[in-house]
Design a protein around this ligand. Sequence first.
Ligand SMILES: [Zn+2]
Ligand SMILES: [Zn+2]
Length: 236
Amino acid sequence: MSKLIKKTFSGLIDLIFPEKNSCLVCGYWDESIGEDYICKECLYKFKNIKGHNCKICSKPLITSGDICIECIETPKSFEKIYTPYKYEGLIRDVIKDYKYKNKPYYYKMLGELLYKYIKEIDIDFDIISYVPLHKNKKKKRGYNQSELMAKYLGKKLDIPCERLIERVVDTKPQNQLKREDRVKNLKNTFMAVKNLQSQNILIVDDVYTTGTTLNECSKSLLKVEVENIYGLTIAR
Ligand SMILES: [Zn+2]
Ligand SMILES: [Zn+2]
């Protein structure tokens, strides 16, 4: 078998059959893992966002106010970002592997973590959606990591998951840009593809960095008069 066929074949098998009871991060096998796909030790290394944090973007705060300086200076088009983990250490490596190392099946582990997290929170939404990739990028990567998690959540929560936003411009990757250039880079990049008056939307993304992507997506949805927009990411 050529290397490429082998790679594609094993990727496909993994996508359909990640082995139950095994930790996708370290490979440890234990019956208690079940369909969580993560062992207790690896999960313990994911650091939760705890304590006093910004009520809009969840950034940990050292001062006594409710909103961080960034959210005051750049008002957000979404209501709030929900996110369970700090983007550091093991979870950071896991997310990078999920996005860049052809591990689409990680959505099972990460989707399950998001599912457990969202069940604990009192939020009301009618539709789940996700940050879209431009079609060229999706073709290259083979999958949209946020879409896979959103669909998993939709199934588990029995809430419709729909493609609501399109990325109409193929932009530079945001992680290579400074904050002010991120906003310019994404201006007019997203377009709502459906009329959604008075609906509450949950948009899933992988990581919250400066919030530019989720904010631009939210702006496109506000143009079609949605009610409230919430964001959900694995880490920030
Ligand atoms: Zn493990
Ligand atoms: Zn904030």
